[in-house]
Ligand binder design. Sequence first.
Ligand SMILES: Cc1cc2nc3c(=O)[nH]c(=O)nc-3n(C[C@H](O)[C@H](O)[C@H](O)COP(=O)(O)OP(=O)(O)OC[C@H]3O[C@@H](n4cnc5c(N)ncnc54)[C@H](O)[C@@H]3O)c2cc1C
Length: 388
Amino acid sequence: MTINFTEPEERVALREAVKKLASKYGREFVEKQAREGGKMTEMWLEMGQAGFLGVNIPEEHGGGGGGMADLAAVLEEASAAGAPLLMMVVSPAICGSIITRCGTEEQKARWLPGIADGTLLMAFGITEADAGSNAHNITTTATRDGDEWVLNGQKIFISGVDEAQSVLIVARTQDAKTGKLKPALFVVPTDAAGFTKQPIPMSWEAPEKQFTLFLDDVRLPVDALVGDEDGGLWQLFAGLNPERIMGAALSCGMARYCIDKAVDYAKTRSVWKDQPIGAHQGIQHPIAKVKIELEQARLLWQKAAALYDAGDDFGAGEYANMAKYAGGEVSCNAADVAVHTHGGNGLTVEYGLGNLLVASRLGRIAPVSREMILNFVAMHTLGLPKSY
Ligand SMILES: Cc1cc2nc3c(=O)[nH]c(=O)nc-3n(C[C@H](O)[C@H](O)[C@H](O)COP(=O)(O)OP(=O)(O)OC[C@H]3O[C@@H](n4cnc5c(N)ncnc54)[C@H](O)[C@@H]3O)c2cc1C
């Protein structure tokens, strides 16, 4: 049997269509929105209307009926055009996947069409200040009270809550308050009584903001619970593996953007007689090196997405982690190379690359840090003793 390393025609066409739409907005739009406190809403809704945000959502719920490989291709193209839509990692990928796989028919009908066309933005909150990389330590607790759930706890670094109508909150039930995490997932409206948010000043300039959340006796109807309270970790990973694949695709798109910028500048900037700076190996080799790293990372996310779409959650987990690692590395390396190729211009506001030095670091830190992926690969792939 042959292994096909080229994407199907439909996905190539999808990439072209996304590229065309995203290029209308591009880097300048993102920088302007970030500077002026604006959002990506206009582009987001246009992407939703075109069907790009919901390519992974089942057709009967308003989506395109494709898979994670399609959604990741959409995000990679938008990012390569300079307009990474961070909330795609969250709303259609994490929340859309979890609701599709674990929700009731009623929940799917309620939330998926809006997630697919972009009119419903759902954020996702798992991280807590005192748990950090160790999600088994989260303490946000859901207590059953008659026909309601009552949530109490805090979350940190939750993206896009100011734009979202609801947040998918990862909690633990009173009965499973200690020990290994048995996640219970709740859709919490952002206007619920007892739910408050506080923006976190970040040194990364982006339209998407991060928040600390406080849940004080937030009362929710019984059907706010998605999946089974005893369903175990797989329900969470139905969303976290897509999150890693999307993180990798976003990073790869950002790396493509940086490489394109570096190549253009290297071809046109000339300070030694008639030769452009790109004629020198000192400039060529670092760009060529990140191009190779980029193609490695792309292969990894494509493999992870193919495994996920084939229903192999275990295999997808392993490759989604590796892809996220490789994506985070190449986005940082490519941003560094792009800035350096531009000399002083690399740090000017006009060329808009300086902010990418910070933005690209996100791929190393979130949603799971480089070190935690190395821990995972060492233990699960290589069979070394658990180190943490
Ligand atoms: C811009 C941004 C957006 C985010 N958006 C969201 C969101 O929407 N929803 C959400 O839930 N979360 C979000 N996060 C949180 C993100 O997932 C966490 O920051 C990430 O998981 C790391 O957790 P931490 O920041 O607590 O780092 P810590 O866990 O405190 O780790 C600090 C450092 O120690 C290292 N480390 C920790 N433990 C080990 C170990 N055992 N071995 C080796 N090294 C170790 C880590 O790799 C890291 O370098 C976001 C974060 C950022 C920066």
